[in-house]
Each structure stands twice: as C-alpha cells, then as structure tokens.
Ligand binder design. Structure first.
Ligand SMILES: Cc1cc2nc3c(=O)[nH]c(=O)nc-3n(C[C@H](O)[C@H](O)[C@H](O)COP(=O)(O)O)c2cc1C
Length: 171
C-alpha cells in the first residue's frame, strides 16, 4: 500500500466490533510510533496501551471511545521535550501528535480502523489511569476493527475537505 492509498483508505471509525487487536499488529503499530521523528530526537512521547476491558472502561469515563477494543493514550513528558530557545515553545504536543499520526497510518496500512480523539477530560483520564504529573495526555488513538456495515463515504475528500486555495498561500 502506498502512502496515498493509505490516506485514501483511512477514515474515522465510530463503531467497532469487539474483536481484540492482533498483538503482532499492535506491536508493529507501536514500533511505527517509535520510528517517528521528534524535535531534536528527544522522544518525549509516553504511550499507555489499554486493551483490557477494565482499562478501556477507565478511558471511556473520560471520552467517548465508541466501543473500541484498544486505546492508545499518547502522552508527552514536557520535561523531556525540546524547547525552542527563542520563545520557549515546548515541542511535546507536536512530538506526541507526530507519533500519533504515524501510528494511525501504520494501523491503516495493516487493515486496522482507528479514531483520533482529543475531546477527552484530562483530569478524569489522569486520575483513572494514574498518569504521572509531568506527562501531558495529548491524544487518544482508538484501534480496532470496524463493525459490520461501517464504510467510508467515497466522496469525502471531494466534499468534506477545503480546496487548496483556502488553505495554501503562495508568496
Ligand atoms: C486532532 C484531532 C482531534 C480529533 N478529535 C476527535 C474527537 O474527540 N472525537 C471524534 O469523534 N473525532 C475526533 N477527530 C476526528 C475528526 O473529526 C476527523 O478526522 C475529521 O472529521 C475528518 O474525518 P475522517 O477522519 O473520517 O477523514 C479528531 C481528529 C483530529 C486530527
């Protein structure tokens, strides 16, 4: 699968079958995250892997995970991230987001469905999962297999994306 085919195959899945994610595939997805670039190669990402019902139920208290059987809680340790000297910008959120994106695309390449979630209550997530104070929960990535009948809208890129003229500006 080329990168473009992978982009075309991916869509947000909000209904999952209960089938657990194949452990070998999960390892490959996590390895893809490990290979991700991060600012100054600091690798501040800290990924909690939730697979048991007990653990995913905890995540479900903080967000709608749509019944996904596996949730990656992608955090970033702000104390370990690169800081831009000019203005103090901390790259933790950028790094965690690159890792999330690369894992999502690796999951797509392997036939897994996914959903990226930022609409979560960080306080509840922290408490339920005992997330260390210095880790910032940035993204949830639900992984699993789409429930029967769930399909992507084939016209979504034509209809649901802005034209380049709205988002790209040549100077
Ligand atoms: C940073 C980010 C945050 C998102 N947060 C949520 C979320 O909290 N809940 C949700 O259902 N979808 C969430 N999404 C999914 C987007 O709504 C979705 O990617 C977008 O509408 C495009 O649809 P598609 O993924 O099917 O192409 C998020 C996506 C991104 C990239």
């Amino acid at each position: 699968m080329t990168f473009t085919q992978c982009q075309q195959a991916r869509f947000s899945v909000r209904r999952y079958s209960p089938q657990p994610v194949d452990p070998a595939l999960l390892q490959e997805v996590l390895q893809a995250g490990r290979r991700s670039p991060t600012a100054c190669n600091k690798q501040p990402q800290r990924v909690l892997v939730l697979q048991s019902k007990e653990a995913t139920d905890k995540a479900a208290k903080a967000a709608n995970i749509h019944g996904g059987p596996c949730v990656l809680v992608v955090c970033a340790d702000r104390t370990q991230a690169w800081v831009r000297p000019y203005d103090g910008m901390n790259s933790a959120v950028i790094d965690a987001t690159i890792v999330t994106d690369q894992m999502m695309m690796a999951a797509t390449e392997r036939g897994l469905s996914s959903l990226w979630i930022c609409h979560f209550n960080p306080d509840i997530l922290r408490e339920e999962l005992e997330i260390p104070h210095e880790w910032l929960p940035v993204n949830l990535l639900v992984l699993g297999y789409a429930a029967e009948g769930v399909q992507a809208d084939p016209d979504r890129f034509e209809n649901n994306r802005l034209p380049l003229s709205d988002t790209c500006f040549f100077r």
